[in-house]
Design a protein. Structure first.
Length: 295
């Protein structure tokens, strides 16, 4: 039955993720970016719940590759496992600051071809990583101007991604951190909101590259606990300013303080947060954060 197949696929995903985390224990090599999706997947397997997880497990694998005359270069593999993986291929995007746009597109399409030809229906994350380790360096020097791939092809397959990150922190009190959040959002053209206190909630939205840069700066600060609770990615056809503005649910990034109560005046009124999210058309996020239906 599909139910059994799903269960089996989910188990394979979990054991593969466990294998990756034991082989690459350091976050700079392997990091799950969507902890919520992973928790849902585990819950699905353990409880054999019929509730199919709502989002794909997403993670980053970083590979350091030796490049002639440039010593070590880091290639980053942003991966997502569709729920049917390994029956279907994983979604992988390999990036490096040394790759031009067209080199990156070619590398990713060659990796996909390699996986399609060799791994239909089998777990292949390690093989994909090995392939990148062995082949990625060669793409840095590839001169594509003469190849069949014209510049227009390269721009055609360039899809602008609009991303919204829902970040959860154990608490946010520190004035400097609060200032950083506002300043960085402005610098990276992100909108959203930040709710300080306990728990702390930060939502940023804008171009994917801006959101990823914001998250990498934020998580480098010291936190008791901070994670991405949920991530939304929308591909924009034209990727122009108007398209981006149309996706935004928040005008700018502002700090939202809902009537605080509690000894230090730091516990926010979650009911008000719920109404605020509902107004913005994001009420379902409340449940992801707090595990309860909002009221």
């Amino acid at each position: 039955t599909t139910e059994m197949a799903n269960q089996e696929e989910a188990e394979i995903q979990i054991s593969e993720l466990d294998l990756l985390s034991s082989m690459f224990p350091y976050e700079e090599e392997f990091a799950v970016t969507d902890q919520l999706a992973l928790a849902e997947l585990k819950h699905y397997v353990e409880n054999e719940s019929a509730e199919v997880p709502s989002s794909k497990v997403q993670f980053i694998l970083n590979v350091k590759v030796e490049v002639p005359n440039a010593s070590m270069v880091e290639f980053s593999m942003a991966c997502a496992l569709p729920f049917k993986y390994p029956t279907v291929l994983p979604e992988i995007t390999v990036r490096s600051s040394l790759l031009s746009r067209s080199q990156q597109i070619l590398l990713n399409s060659d990796l996909k071809t390699y996986l399609m030809q060799n791994f239909s229906g089998e777990p292949c994350m390690l093989s994909a990583r090995e392939w990148v380790k062995d082949h990625a360096a060669a793409y840095i020097d590839k001169d594509l101007s003469s190849s069949s791939m014209t510049a227009s092809d390269a721009t055609q397959s360039e899809v602008t991604m609009f991303t919204r990150l829902w970040i959860y922190s154990h608490h946010i009190y520190n004035k400097q951190k609060r200032k950083n959040i506002l300043d960085w959002a402005k610098e990276l053209s992100l909108s959203g909101f930040c709710m300080p206190g306990k728990p702390g909630v930060v939502c940023v939205e804008g171009l994917q590259s801006g959101c990823e840069e914001f998250w990498s700066r934020l998580r480098r600060l010291t936190w008791k606990r901070i994670l991405i609770r949920h991530r939304e990615d929308v591909s924009l056809e034209g990727g122009g300013h108007a398209e981006i503005q149309k996706q935004r649910k928040f005008p700018a990034l502002e700090e939202k303080c809902f009537d605080a109560h509690g000894a230090r005046g730091n516990h926010m009124d979650l009911g008000q947060l719920y109404h605020f999210l509902e107004e913005k058309g994001c009420a379902d996020i409340f449940q992801m954060y707090f595990g309860v239906e909002g009221h």
